[in-house]
Design a protein around this ligand. Structure first.
Ligand SMILES: [Mn+2]
Length: 398
């Protein structure tokens, strides 16, 4: 665990987190979030919005929406009050991994739909940074995953808005707004925009839809009636939004095929495993009602070539389409470690399984790093032993 990192949170402080886990809480969650956001946005000289490193569509979609809302609030304040002395345009989105490292779809979204957003990198941000500025962190709460982790203390206010749970690696911030029931940070950002009564421009609607699409695996996960009606609303604002999102995702063809190439190679060398997992009937604590939901397919990929965390998380993502829980395990160049990445449909808590390895994350998505000397097979056996009491049947991959 990140205990040596001075930027991470003391777990005792967690009651400060404002959660939303039920629809009833969701209303007060949004109104608390609104009040705090407006206060920080109007008090501060500049507003910086940042998502996680290696920005994805949700990170960009939510950051662009929050930046749009911030600028709108400052403009409205200036109209109302001529003595308001903040520049409405001092609102920026910080993207660290400048264009080169970003996926094609992300670059396209930034270029095509975010032309009104001022994108800057970490160094521009530090150059512009004064002593009364606000940092809004979106789609992430882990200190190790943002570009400004060493500079958080330089902001007057830091606020986190996320749909992933907090844990020991969570950064320091004044306010946390965590809504695990929402599909994506983009969905939260849109609901905040709507609650201010701001009419949503076409480009922002498309960016929000792109974020939701990314985090729900093309609207396959977290498909609640509320989300489906939001998707319909966004498609109504921009009739071309869905076609546009499909088109930018297709531009990831080469990078996607590279991932499938690794999966194929591992499959041919016997390093891809599928298990049918069934909870045995003899377990005393399982009653008949509960046993309905525990038939799951579990996939493991052991990559014997060195790669990186992003590649392994993309492999886990790709395998999740064919399994309920997927694990990608392999050596990474970074820190000479073995990295474990899990994706889950929610039946099994991925974050919990990563905890004994010193890692963590959300139910749906988590990771951990272990010593590089650990054989990949041993990691797999340990993961298997951590799954709920089950009967496992290995299935041949064909
Ligand atoms: Mn997200």
């Amino acid at each position: 665990m990140d205990t040596d990192n001075p930027n991470t949170i003391d777990l005792e402080l967690l009651p400060k987190v404002i959660y939303s886990t039920t629809p009833a809480e969701s209303k007060t969650f949004i109104s608390d979030l609104k009040v705090n956001l407006e206060k920080f946005v109007l008090e501060s000289d500049s507003v910086f919005v940042i998502g996680h490193n290696v920005a994805d569509l949700d990170s960009i979609g939510s950051a662009a929406t929050f930046a749009y809302v911030s600028e709108w609030l400052r403009k409205k304040e200036k109209e109302k009050d001529s003595t308001f002395d903040k520049n409405p345009e001092s609102v920026y989105v910080v993207v660290n991994d400048w264009q080169s490292k970003l996926q094609s779809s992300v670059k396209k979204l930034m270029h095509d739909k975010c032309s009104s957003i001022r994108f800057i990198n970490k160094y521009d941000c530090l150059r512009l940074l004064g002593d009364n500025d606000f940092l809004l962190v979106t789609d992430v709460n882990q200190s190790s995953r943002i570009a400004l982790s060493d500079d958080l203390h330089r902001f007057r206010h830091v606020m986190v808005v996320d749909h992933h749970d907090v844990n020991a690696g969570t950064m320091h911030a004044d306010k946390f707004f965590i809504d695990k029931t929402k599909s994506s940070a983009s969905e939260i950002a849109y609901r905040v925009l709507a609650s201010f009564g701001i009419s949503c421009p076409k480009d922002i609607a498309t960016a929000v839809l792109a974020g939701i699409n990314q985090d729900t695996d093309n609207y396959e996960q977290k498909r609640t009636p509320a989300l489906l009606s939001l998707i319909a609303k966004l498609m109504n604002i921009d009739k071309n939004a869905d076609a546009y999102v499909t088109q930018i995702l297709r531009s990831n063809f080469y990078t996607d095929m590279e991932i499938y190439d690794i999966i194929l190679k591992c499959m041919h060398s016997g390093k891809l495993f599928l298990y049918e997992m069934t909870r045995t009937d003899s377990l005393p604590e399982v009653d008949s009602d509960e046993s309905i939901q525990v038939n799951s397919t579990v996939a493991f990929l052991l990559n014997d070539k060195k790669s990186d965390k992003i590649t392994l998380s993309k492999i886990a993502n790709a395998l999740r389409k064919y399994a309920d829980v997927s694990f990608a395990i392999g050596q990474i160049d970074e820190d000479d470690k073995v990295s474990i990445h899990v994706r889950s449909n929610g039946n099994i808590d991925g974050g919990k399984i990563m905890e004994p390895f010193g890692g963590g994350g959300a139910i749906e998505m988590a990771s951990a790093q272990v010593d590089q000397e650990t054989p990949l097979e041993d990691v797999k056996s340990k993961v298997l032993s951590l799954l709920p009491p089950t009967r496992l049947v290995e299935r041949t991959v064909k």
